[in-house]
Design a protein around this ligand. Structure first.
Ligand code: ZN
Length: 180
């Protein structure tokens, strides 16, 4: 009975392949391993008895995925604890990206989810302080980037612009006063 249900789902998936953009169906066996990039929607069907071993990991490419997730509000239907995990994952991915000098990618990911990040930072002090430290370490040097927001003045360095326009919500009012 269960197998019949699975076969029915499998048949439906095969029929959908032609209609879904970028859809791929792969049949694997115990000698195979498959890498599914972050943010890829996927389904697994076990065709015969056995078990599936999955290993989740975070790379410098995970940041944009979690950023899109947050920017699209997908965390908002989750309980508070689960939402917290989403922002912790963002922080961990940001740390990995910045540690691997993927600063440009980190800037884009930050910019994409900035509204959500600012909202979270306003009520989660520990997260705010922790993320602030990550950026402080990453922005010790200036970069010749042009900010994706399009509002960076021609005579303003990227680092100064990014700090004041996109990171100010990470700083307390006392810290901001000290900077002025
Ligand atoms: Zn900007």
């Amino acid at each position: 009975m269960a197998m019949k249900a699975v076969d029915g789902q499998r048949g439906r998936l095969v029929r959908l392949v032609q209609q879904l953009e970028g859809c791929v169906v792969v049949e694997t066996n115990s000698s195979h391993a498959i890498h599914i990039p972050a943010a890829s929607i996927h389904a697994t069907f076990t065709l015969q008895g056995g078990f599936l071993i999955a290993k989740d990991f975070t790379t410098s490419k995970s940041l944009m995925a979690i950023s899109e997730f947050l920017a699209n509000g997908l965390d908002e239907c989750l309980p508070v604890d689960a939402r917290s995990v989403c922002f912790e994952w963002f922080e961990r991915s940001l740390d990995i990206s910045l540690a691997h000098s993927k600063t440009r990618e980190a800037v884009y990911a930050w910019h994409r989810a900035e509204t959500k990040l600012a909202s979270w930072a306003s009520v989660q002090r520990a997260w705010r302080v922790s993320v602030q430290r990550l950026w402080e370490q990453a922005l010790v040097h200036d970069f010749t980037y042009h900010c994706p927001c399009g509002n960076q003045g021609r005579k303003t360095s990227f680092t100064n612009h990014f700090r004041s326009a996109h990171l100010s919500f990470l700083f307390s009012s006392t810290q901001l006063r000290r900077r002025c």
